[in-house]
Design a protein around this ligand. Structure first.
Ligand code: ASP
Length: 335
């Protein structure tokens, strides 16, 4: 994507240039910072490893810290994701997330462990650590997913505290958006900043989590891919894991994360599997992928990783072999 088009889209959506760390990713490019391009052949089989969507080095540092101190990969992804959920400056996750068209901040999250257990919450209001509520659903209920009021009630009963998640900055951005209030938001990188995180401990045990406030200015009630096991996240401890960011509707239609894990099971590398999953989206007849972004990251049991997106400026943060770094993803749309 050309910087000019990015600016145009940013103004169309009413999302200011200071919004979210997805924007930071773009600005990194503009400022000329050096970010290694392309994650493929150089991917190493080293454990433990933590990877996450976008530029979230504090979150991956926390997750690696948990692994290094003997914590499980499940603890690692939960505590890593919580860093971003608590970060009010990130306007696509947890507190400070951009609201829906009616001003509600609603969170979606899921988590999956090495034993194939999983939990999720959708349309959760007023509780910033959606990922931890998802874990509670997994561990303390006979269910996989709780929604809306029921999810909030369960969270409160489990000891989570209610708070207003709409920050002044996000309220202002929403008010600006309302001036034009386009029914369908222009989908692009500036309003995508879901954190999907995958961790493999030193014994090769894999867990993952995904948490988001979803698309900015979505319809009230809309739920994306992020809390849907198989779409926004999938883990199979025999193989590895994958997670997604971007236009959730397109990820759901291709069950992207499950697809990537199954492709790895059949022998593809994480990089090849991510590329194939993006291929399934862009090669659909009648789809104008130029209007939206999807990005995937994946890891296999050995610790090899991959990432790929439709458009430029998607990135992955990887902590492996003592190095915590942002990697600019390779992408499909080179025109
Ligand atoms: N995948 C998320 C959703 O569709 C959005 C994002 O990644 O920012 O809700």
């Amino acid at each position: 994507m050309k910087r000019r088009k990015f600016l145009k889209n940013a103004s169309l959506t009413g999302v200011g240039l200071a919004v979210g760390s997805a924007i930071t990713s773009c600005d990194n490019k503009v400022e000329g910072q050096k970010i290694p391009v392309k994650e493929n052949a150089e991917s190493k089989a080293v454990l433990p490893v933590v990877v996450a969507t976008w530029h979230v080095e504090e979150a991956t540092a926390k997750a690696m810290d948990v692994l290094q101190s003997g914590g499980s990969s499940l603890d690692s992804v939960e505590l890593g994701c919580k860093v971003e959920e608590a970060n009010e400056k990130g306007q696509s996750v947890g507190k400070g997330g951009l609201p829906d068209r009616e001003g509600n901040v609603t969170l979606d999250a899921c988590i999956m462990d090495q034993n194939g257990n999983c939990g999720a919450v959708v349309y959760l209001k007023d509780i910033k650590h959606a990922v931890s509520v998802a874990r509670k659903v997994m561990e303390d209920t006979p269910h996989v997913m709780l929604a809306g009021e029921g999810a909030k009630q369960f969270a409160l009963e489990s000891g989570f505290e209610a708070e207003d998640l709409l920050t002044e900055a996000s309220k202002e951005a929403w008010k600006k958006w309302k001036v034009e209030a386009k029914y369908k938001p222009i989908i692009n990188i500036e309003n995508h900043d879901t954190i999907g995180m995958l961790a493999v401990d030193k014994n090769g045990n894999v867990s993952g989590a995904c948490t988001t406030s979803g698309l900015a200015y979505k319809m009230n009630g809309r739920v994306g891919d992020s809390p849907i096991i198989g779409s926004g996240l999938f883990i199979d401890n025999e193989v590895g894991g994958a997670t997604a960011t971007g236009l959730g509707e397109e990820v759901v239609k291709t069950i992207g994360s499950f697809l990537i894990v199954e492709l790895m099971r059949q022998g593809r590398s994480p990089q090849e599997a991510c590329e194939e999953a993006i291929g399934r989206i862009v090669n659909k007849p009648g789809k104008d992928y130029k209007d939206f972004q999807v990005g995937y990251i994946a890891v296999n049991k050995k610790g090899e990783t991959g990432c790929y997106s439709i458009h430029q400026y998607f990135s992955m943060t990887k902590f492996q072999d003592g190095e915590n770094k942002q990697i600019q993803s390779d992408f499909y749309n080179k025109v």
